[in-house]
Design a protein around this ligand. Structure first.
Ligand code: SF4
Length: 479
């Protein structure tokens, strides 16, 4: 997962790109970059957290009113090299900078196309660089002359739409991306299945001038004074010219299958993506989990519900309401330690659970405790939590997951890389319960999860992607 943002403003945009990255930090903590443009590109990229990368001196040289930025959580390529930190850029045509969220399944095939057939140089193993070169090459062919300076914005947009359409027809996988095209403007594109989110907003100043923003989530819109227009639609290209004219076109249509895991875990609860509020979706997951518990165990009532913080606080709260029992924050989470699921390796993850979570004995000792977690992926955190609760004197430990078992890897940009790492691919539910050391284990059923996500909201989702939960990979379906 990654976070992307693009801003077309009337003032310097670097400070707002920085603020946006801070608000998208939960989507990737590995590296980040900002690229802005006036007569030329200005860039600063680095490894680590946003607040550790950018200093005042960097911000001062990031000049220009149009820019894009990226916070990285690597899911392809080499996570140890700074060369793959985005935004990336290429010089032909015009000068194009690119920031991408998603993953390309047919990377090898398209890499050969870029290197062999199109004779474009690739500097890294990053699928994002390959995508950028493919799109740049298509755009150059559409523009015919290799320069776009003498055509209208409308003609340039149409060339970009055709190039994006060709790109969409070639790729298998997920693309949400923002592009800065030198001397032309800012663009946003989203693959026809709309797997990764991308939201669009505008801001009007006292003189009636409009600024524009595209971002993975609208988590920074309020702070920066933007109003949400809506999502960049699946298969859509949106282009903001240098004089802020807006062009929109859907170049391809397919089943709209956005990632359900965004609602389970990744997106911030205050985000509205695909016209569905993440917080409300999580409340409904907890509600459905509570109903499922009452159906399955009508005579069994825990003393207290404790969330495995922090994502699952919302689900646990709603489940506690349905069961009519106390909700307690019996596990304190140190907010200064990174999210375990996006820490780069297993050893770091295991070690970090006890640093991150601190049990509160008064909430636990002598009680039948129901722990609610958002999901069980590798089982590392869940097992540690059960173990800690035993140490703090819980009488019984029940475990509830707000998401069905994760049984196969994500191929669209979430770091669930191998089947072997997934506990549910090796063990059945009873085996997982024993592995965790819990007295009872319940998973929200897939129908309950999908219903929770799609019940409300002005959305047009056909069916969310549930491939990692045993559903089908959309790129393998015959359209
Ligand atoms: Fe999301 Fe899972 Fe689909 Fe990946 S496979 S896009 S994590 S629902």
């Amino acid at each position: 997962m990654c976070g992307i943002v693009g801003i077309s403003s009337h003032d310097r945009c670097a400070p707002e790109l920085y603020d946006s990255l801070v608000q998208l930090q939960h989507r990737g903590q590995d590296a980040a970059g900002i690229l802005t443009s006036d007569e030329q590109f200005h860039v600063k990229r680095g490894m680590g957290l946003v607040q550790d990368i950018f200093e005042q001196r960097h911000m001062q040289r990031l000049k220009g009113s149009v820019g894009i930025a990226h916070t990285r959580y690597p899911t392809s390529g080499d996570r140890n090299t700074g060369e793959e930190v985005q935004p990336l850029w290429t010089s032909v045509p015009n000068g194009i900078a690119f920031a991408h969220n998603g993953n390309i399944v047919n990377y090898q095939e398209l890499r050969q196309e870029v290197l062999g057939t199109r004779k474009r140089y690739l500097n890294t193993r990053s699928d994002s660089e390959m995508l950028m070169q493919l799109l740049a090459d298509e755009l150059m062919q559409e523009l015919a002359q290799g320069s776009s300076s003498d055509i209208s914005d409308e003609d340039f947009f149409q060339a970009l739409v055709r190039a994006s359409g060709t790109l969409f027809s070639m790729i298998k996988g997920a693309v949400s991306a923002v592009l800065l095209i030198q001397d032309r403007g800012l663009a946003a594109i989203r693959d026809p299945h709309g797997i990764r989110p991308l939201v669009y907003g505008v801001r009007t100043d006292s003189e009636g001038r409009q600024d524009h923003i595209f971002a993975s989530e609208d988590t920074m819109f309020y702070t920066l004074g933007f109003t949400r227009v809506g999502d960049v639609l699946p298969g859509e290209v949106v282009f903001i010219s240098t004089d802020k004219k807006v062009f929109r076109s859907r170049t391809a249509r397919a089943a709209f299958t956005p990632c359900i895991f965004e609602y389970v875990y990744f997106a911030r609860p205050d985000a509205m993506i695909n016209s569905i509020n993440v917080y409300r979706a999580r409340l409904r997951m907890g509600e459905n989990l509570g109903k499922q518990w009452l159906d399955a165990y009508p005579g069994l009532m825990p003393d207290v519900i404790i969330p495995a913080p922090q994502t699952s606080n919302t689900m646990a709260l709603a489940m506690a309401r349905v069961l009519g029992i106390n909700y307690s924050e019996g596990l304190y989470k140190n907010p200064f330690i990174g999210r375990t699921f996006i820490m780069p390796d297993q050893a770091q993850r295991r070690q970090s659970v006890r640093f991150k979570l601190s049990p509160q004995e008064l909430e636990i000792r002598g009680k039948d405790v129901l722990i609610v977690d958002d999901s069980i992926v590798r089982g590392t955190t869940s097992r540690e939590i059960v173990s800690m609760l035993k140490e703090f004197g819980a009488r019984k430990i029940y475990f509830a997951s707000s998401c069905p078992p994760v049984v196969q890897p994500c191929r669209y940009g979430v770091d669930i890389p191998t089947t072997e790492e997934l506990i549910a691919s090796r063990l059945d539910q009873e085996g997982i319960r024993k592995h965790l050391g819990a007295d009872l284990l319940i998973y929200l059923e897939i129908s309950g999860l999908v219903e929770a996500v799609t019940r409300k909201g002005d959305h047009h989702i056909d069916t969310p992607c549930t491939a990692c939960l045993g559903g089908r990979y959309i790129h393998e379906e015959v359209c």
